[in-house]
Design a protein around this ligand. Structure first.
Ligand code: ATP
Length: 753
């Protein structure tokens, strides 16, 4: 026994809490028309999650809530609870007892509880389907719906049979998978749309990044090239600076020396110029002039005196000649020697004398000496001796005078000589000094020339220095530019080792051009920097993420499709297998009811139904009807093929009401036997049966109750006899009352049918 009890409160005609307990395999609910029996069957469907208010005979949710009488006010909510025994774990929950409860409020909202815990409808349905129970299932056959399965469309019928076979759980799973698949596909569409949305931007960023990377490569190339260029340039500048410094050192030093020499020479020359003109020479010359004038006077006096002396001597000679006849006058050797010495002395003087006047004087002296000698030895007459003696005395006097003058003259001459010599010496000295000066001037001139030469040389070197400085300034600014453009750390400058060859300027120029060309290229590329890279990274990550999402979603869709296919296959297999089993039971029960005949369920494939006949019918249908018709046509359905024994007519439409009831009961029971549900509620399924068939029906119930708990709402006496417990329902002033009754009471209650 699985269904233990039903508790109603506020549901339809049951305003008060009412409980029906089920303790026997067959329980019958009996009572007069309108007492509320069917409300109990509906209460069970309600609590099992029925969503169709219409199928519960209402229009709105509040139609299910007790509406009130003048004695009892209307209820705010309807609640129904069913309790199952779960010791055999027919439900997939770990409780020995499972109680389901549904409460409906007047605003049509429902609450669902399992063992007093609030649940979603979905959870309730899943829990029920695991126990092969459902609100709209075949195991609650409502009043007048016994032949519903016969009237149902092929598709509905298939649903009923699937339900009976317990395939609903797979349908739920399939439905859930389909929903998941729909959601997955929806997500996939969204993600694909998002991906599509960012793709153009990503493509744009990719191009930008490509540009940036190209610029980076160019910058690398530029850095390398700049490194070599700068190294070469710096090495060249260093070398040139050293070279120039060395070159400048010598002329600068030389210039310094020359300048020193020049200033020293200039000082010397200035001094020489500032020295007074040779005053000494002038003085000597003046003295000489005075002396010469004096010499001239003295000479003239001497000449006159000589003339006088000559005259005297002539006179003496004349006088002497008159007295001197003796040719043998003896002449002392001393006198001769004296004469000789005088002449030698005068000769020496004449040798040294250049002045013609002085030479004349010397000649006169020689003549005088000779005359004196001869006068002495040739004048000796006594007559004349007096005259001669007088003359001689005069002569002597004159000669003494002459000697004095001569002495004076000699003194003058000596002084003149001395002055002359001094004059010459001074003149020579001055000359020497002039020569020296001229030499200094020549040297100064040469030095100045040399200085000019050096200055021009230094100027040339200075120009070179300036050029070098300009080069250095350019080098520094180039270096700065390069470092700004490619980054300081990226330029490696390895200087050319000392002594190693530095590349030619032309090569450097070419390199510089190459650098400029790269710079232009980088400028042309332009583009953003780190922000673009960051954005690209971000968008790329997003794109990758979306790609992964798409892959995951596709995989998930694939696996869901696989699962759906698997479930479909399982449903199909179980369905076919179940139909085969139902057919066996259906045939047995049909034969039992009708004493033979044929009853079979045929599975109809959609293609099989597309006949010409149907196509003709389709032309007559409205759009809506056509759609419904097509849905049915397209579904795989179940066709019931029956043939009564000994009757030629075939098909459901040819059956009488009782025959239809029996056929549907046979089918319901066959379905129940193949996959017995935990309980079966049959609401006046037996209403159309005659006594004979009621008996057969009763037999089948008995048999069936071995497999399934039965709750029968009935007016049928035969049926009542099989019930272990009978509940009687009475309605007093629109309110249903529940009571446990005995068989006789039950009969009475139902009016003894
Ligand atoms: P029968 O034997 O004729 O089939 P029954 O015993 O099955 O009758 P139900 O169909 O179960 O009777 O009960 C119908 C009764 O329930 C009606 O009298 C109806 O007025 C009453 N009823 C239905 N809904 C409500 C409601 N919301 N509030 C009060 N009474 C209601």
């Amino acid at each position: 026994m699985y269904l233990k009890k039903i508790e109603l409160s506020g549901f339809k005609s049951f305003p008060r809490p009412s409980t029906l307990e089920f303790t026997t395999p067959i329980t019958a609910i009996v009572g007069p028309n309108g007492s509320g029996k069917s409300n109990i069957a509906e209460a069970v469907r309600f609590v099992l999650g029925e969503q169709s208010i219409k199928s519960l005979r209402g229009k709105r949710g509040e139609d299910l809530i007790f509406n009130g009488t003048h004695a009892i006010p209307r209820q705010s909510k309807a609640s129904v609870a069913v309790t199952f025994d779960n010791t055999k774990r027919i439900f997939d929950v770990d409780y020995d007892q499972v109680s389901l409860k549904r409460i409906m409020h007047r605003d049509s909202t429902s609450e669902y509880l399992i063992n007093d815990s609030r649940m979603r409808l979905k959870d309730i349905l899943e829990t029920l389907s695991s126990a092969h129970i459902g609100a709209s299932s075949h195991h609650i056959i409502s009043q007048g719906e016994a032949d519903r399965i016969l009237l149902a469309s092929l598709k509905e019928r298939r649903g009923m049979i699937e339900d009976a076979l317990g395939l609903k759980i797979y349908h739920y799973k399939k439905l859930e998978s389909v929903r998941k698949l729909d959601k997955t596909e929806e997500n996939l569409d969204q993600v694909e749309a998002l991906k599509k949305e960012i793709e153009p931007h990503l493509a744009f960023l990719e191009k930008q990044v490509e540009k940036i990377k190209r610029a980076e490569l160019l910058r690398k190339e530029l850095a390398d090239l700049c490194g070599v260029y700068l190294a070469q340039e710096e090495s060249y500048l260093n070398q040139q600076k050293t070279h120039l410094t060395n070159k400048q050192e010598v002329p600068n030093k030389e210039l310094q020396d020359i300048e020193k020499q020049i200033s020293s020479l200039e000082a010397t020359l200035k001094n020489a110029q500032t020295e007074p003109a040779s005053e000494d020479i002038l003085k000597i010359e003046q003295e000489l002039q005075a002396l010469r004038q004096k010499k001239d006077t003295v000479s003239r006096a001497f000449g006159r005196l000589e003339g006088v002396i000559e005259y005297e001597r002539q006179k003496i000679k004349e006088v002497s000649e008159k007295s001197h006849t003796d040719e043998n006058t003896s002449i002392s050797v001393i006198s001769i020697r004296k004469l000789q010495n005088d002449i030698v002395l005068y000769q020496k003087q004449a040798d040294d004398e250049e002045d013609p006047f002085m030479l004349k004087v010397i000649i006169k002296k020689v003549q005088s000496a000779v005359n004196s000698f001869f006068t002495k030895y040739l004048t000796s007459t006594p007559a004349n001796e007096q005259a001669v003696s007088l003359l001689q005395s005069t002569l002597k006097q004159k000669e003494e005078e002459k000697q004095n003058i001569e002495k004076e003259l000699t003194g003058i001459q000596e002084k003149e000589q001395a002055l002359h010599e001094e004059h010459i010496a001074l003149r020579q000295k001055t000359e020497l000094e002039h020569n020296k000066e001229r030499e200094s001037e020549r040297t100064l001139f040469a030095l100045q020339n040399k200085k000019t030469e050096l200055i021009s040389k230094i100027e040339v070197l200075k120009v070179k220095q300036e050029q070098l400085d300009t080069l250095e300034v350019n080098f520094k600014s180039f270096k700065e530019d390069a470092r700004t453009l490619v980054g300081v750390e990226k330029i490696e400058i390895v200087l050319v080792p000392e002594g190693a060859e530095i590349e030619s300027r032309q090569k450097q120029e070419e390199r510089k051009w190459a650098i400029e060309r790269i710079k232009i290229k980088i400028e042309e590329i332009g583009g953003g920097g780190s922000d673009v890279m960051e954005e690209y990274k971000e968008i790329q990550e997003r794109n990758d993420f979306l790609k992964r999402e798409i892959e995951d979603l596709r995989k998930s869709a694939e696996s869901l499709n696989g699962l759906i296919k698997e479930l479909e296959e399982k449903i199909d297999t179980l369905f076919k297998e179940g139909v085969r089993k139902i057919n066996t039971r259906f045939q047995e029960l049909f034969s039992l009811m009708f004493g033979g005949g044929k009853a079979v369920l045929n599975i109809i494939a959609p293609s099989q139904k597309r006949s010409k006949k149907n196509e003709a019918v389709e032309d007559l249908l409205s759009d809506e009807e056509f759609k419904e018709h097509m849905e049915q046509e397209e579904a795989e359905g179940i066709e019931i093929d029956v043939a009564l024994p000994k009757k030629k007519v075939k098909g459901l439409q040819m059956l009488s009401g009782g025959e239809r009831a029996l056929t549907s009961i046979a089918l319901i029971f066959a379905m129940t036997q193949v996959k017995p549900p935990p309980f079966l509620i049959l609401d006046e399924t037996d209403a159309a049966l005659d006594e004979t068939n009621s008996k057969k029906y009763g037999e089948m119930l008995k048999k069936l109750s071995g497999q399934t708990q039965l709750i029968l709402i009935t007016h049928n006496r035969e049926t009542m006899t099989h019930a272990g417990v009978l509940y009687g329902i009475t309605a007093v002033e629109g309110v249903s009352h529940l009571l446990s009754v005995k068989f006789d009471e039950a009969q009475e209650l139902t009016g003894g049918v």
